[in-house]
Ligand binder design. Sequence first.
Ligand SMILES: *[C@@H]1O[C@H](CO)[C@@H](O)[C@H](O)[C@H]1NC(C)=O
Ligand SMILES: *[C@@H]1O[C@H](CO)[C@@H](O)[C@H](O)[C@H]1NC(C)=O
Length: 412
Amino acid sequence: MGVWIWVLVFGFVWGIGAHGLDRHPHTERISGSAGDVLEDDPVGKLKVFVYELPSKYNKKILQKDPRCLNHMFAAEIFMHRFLLSSPVRTLNPEEADWFYTPIYTTCDLTPNGLPLPFKSPRMMRSAIQLISSNWPYWNRTEGADHFFVVPHDFGACFHYQEEKAIERGILPLLQRATLVQTFGQRNHVCLNEGSITIPPYAPPQKMQAHLIPQETPRSIFVYFRGLFYDVNNDPEGGYYARGARAAVWENFKDNPLFDISTEHPTTYYEDMQRAIFCLCPLGWAPWSPRLVEAVIFGCIPVIIADDIVLPFADAIPWEEIGVFVAEEDVPNLDTILTSIPPEVILRKQRLLANPSMKQAMLFPQPAQSGDAFHQILNGLARKLPHNKNVFLKHGEKALNWTAGPVGDLKPW
Ligand SMILES: *[C@@H]1O[C@H](CO)[C@@H](O)[C@H](O)[C@H]1NC(C)=O
Ligand SMILES: *[C@@H]1O[C@H](CO)[C@@H](O)[C@H](O)[C@H]1NC(C)=O
């Protein structure tokens, strides 16, 4: 029923779905047709057991800093709430396919609201120690049938600087678990095979409040608001966004087709609805909320982040709705975008108008059919049944509890 409420609320604004379009298979996606979101109902396909942890791992942390509910890392909190009342939840761990540990590792914020990852490894170790001594399920597989939501910039590498994140690697205790994370880049040590890449959290009500009539003409050709340089953290330049954002600014700051600036106007959401293309370049990490905002506001995302793994790439036809530009091609961005035929632009806009595309990018409360929670559950369900070799023999060990930086081994 949920999806229909969404359609009623947004349907007339965003237009109806992608019916009547050409259908042809696409090799990378699991099934479904070009342009459509793969729609599955996860209910009945998996059972999830939610560990009950002391509130210091979740609710107490949130009480200390309620800003954690609104930032782009909030998926970990909403996932917890969602699972507690989800029909896929089981109270009987003996019948569970998946085990979930509700732990809010991104809710340790600087005064500016940026999440600090430094305590996350110890917190995570502490929680795993607790579940592995109080329940028998962790030791059976050493986490291979457990999933964790880790929305930090570089997921479970627990550092926001790529170099440091790579040096750290994925926390050893999480090596066998399925990680649900916003970070996604191919051939990167911070993305394990089998992870589930999700969209960052963007507040649904707030975005809804900024909708403008669908007939409003898209008079802006290219739109972007954000940093081009990060002088504080990258004084020499060239490291931030691997130079791609600097190249956008240097090449197009005076180009009338490009509405780009560091100023974040109050009309940011409205402006995206008046734009044809919205730039989604990498920053420190390849992902950003712009991806979600572009889809919600029907602005064609121009993805500039080599090797990015996009959210729910097995279910969402990113190749059809977005434009992909290699980082080294940024100087040709004007030619690339002006050469796209109008019918291709119209087709992408029509696909973006599909409510199920938008639904899959959002974490509404309460959850609704086809939303990002459901896409995560679908991802988990598709990994079932677990391979028999994930179950360890009695006394067999696969993980090293003392591996990793010594600082991570201190108690939390
Ligand atoms: C799991 O294994 C650890 C040692 O690796 C042990 O300390 C713990 O008691 C075990 N848990 C259970 C529930 O038996
Ligand atoms: C576990 O990691 C520590 C630290 O790197 C290392 O000294 C130890 O030999 C490892 N243990 C095993 C069993 O591999």
